[in-house]
Design a protein around this ligand. Sequence first.
Ligand code: BGC
Length: 391
Amino acid sequence: MRTLKVLISTFSTILLSGSFAAISKVAPPPPNPVQLFANLSKTDFGKDIHGEKVDLYTLENSNGMIAKVMTYGATLTELRVPDKRRKSVDIVLGFDSLKPYEEQSPYFGATVGRFANRIAGAKFVLDGKEYFLAPNNAHNTLHGGIRGFDKRLWKAEPSNEGGVPSVKFTYLSKDMEEGFPGNLTTSVTYTLTNDNELKIDYVATTDQPTPINLTNHAYFNLAGAGDESVLHHLVRINADSFTPVDKELIPVGTIEPVKGTPFDFSEPREIGSEIEKVKGGYDHNFVLRPGKGESKEAAVVVEPISGRTLTMLTTEPGVQFYTGNFLDGTIRGIGGFYPKNYAFTLEAQHFPDSVHQDSWPTTILRPGRTYKQTTIYKFSQGVSHANWLHN
Ligand code: BGC
C-alpha cells in the first residue's frame, strides 16, 4: 500500500511539473494597455453580457487632450480637456467600467442609431409599406429602439494617418433589426486633432430604402463631469427657429421662431436664465441656420470659471439641445453623482420624427446613395465673453 502511495505521489509530481513546464511555455498575456502608436493605445474593457470582448481606445493629442472610445456602442467614454491654466479634467459623463454602460447608461457618449430621437407611435410608412418598430419610450421609439446602435458591438480599426490618431468603428445593422428595413453598413470614425477637435465622421449605405439619423450622445459638463450643474454655462445656438413638441416630446410639426421665447440662444445666455419657463427643461431640436461650407457652426458653449469653450460644427440641419432633465442623481459615474441638469447635450441630427413630416429634410437613405454626417466638437480656453460670439 505504502509503495503504491509513493508511486502515485511520484507520478503526480512528474505530471504537475510537466504541466507547470507547459504553462510556463504559454506566452504571457499582452500588456494592458497595448501601445499601438505613440498617441493611440488599446485597453481590454471586459466582456459584454453576450461574452464578447470589448476594447477601449485612448487617443491623445499634443496639447494634453485625451479621448477614450470603446467598441460597445462606438461610445465616447472620456474626454479630458485642459482649462485656461492647462488643467485637464474629464468633461463628459461616463463610467470607468463596462457593466454600468450595459445596465444604466442613458446613452452616455454613445453612437445613436438607426434613428436618433423619437419616432411617434413606433411606426412609419415608406414607399407605401408600413413598418412597425420596437417601442421603448411609452408607445414611441427612442434612439433606435430596445437594442439600438448604442448597445451593439462595433469592429474597430485604429489608425494614425499623418500622425493623427483615429478609430473607425463599423457595424452591419441587419434587415429588420428593431423593425427597420434594409441591411445598413455603418461606420463612425473618431479623430482627435492637434487643433483640439474631436471629429466624428459617419458613413452608411443600405440595400433597401430605410430611415437613418445618426448622432453622438455625449453629455458635456465643461466644469468637469459630476462637478456642478451646467446652468451657469453660457450658450449660443446658431438657430432662428426650433421644432416645438407635445407632452411626449414628439414634434408637433411646426417650425417656430425662437425670438422672444426662452428658446432664443441667438445671443449668448446662461443655460439657466429662462429654463424655469420650459417644462422639464430644454429637450428640443433647433433648426440651424444654413452655413456657407459643408460644416457650419452650430453652437458655442463657455464655462466661465474654467474658461473651457466648446464650439460645435456640423453638416446636419438640426441639433438637439438637451439639459440632462432626466438625470436624477442616482447614477454615479466618473467624477461622482449626476443630478438633474449636470450636463447638456448637443446632438447633431435631422429633425426628430422626420418620417412623419414630408416637408422636413428627408431622412430616407436609398440603395446606391451614401449617407454622410460630420460633426466636430472643438475646444479652446479663455475665450473673452465680449467677442466669443462674433467670429
Ligand atoms: C432626448 C431626451 C432623452 C435623452 C436620453 C435625448 O436625445 O431628446 O428626451 O431623455 O436623449 O435618452
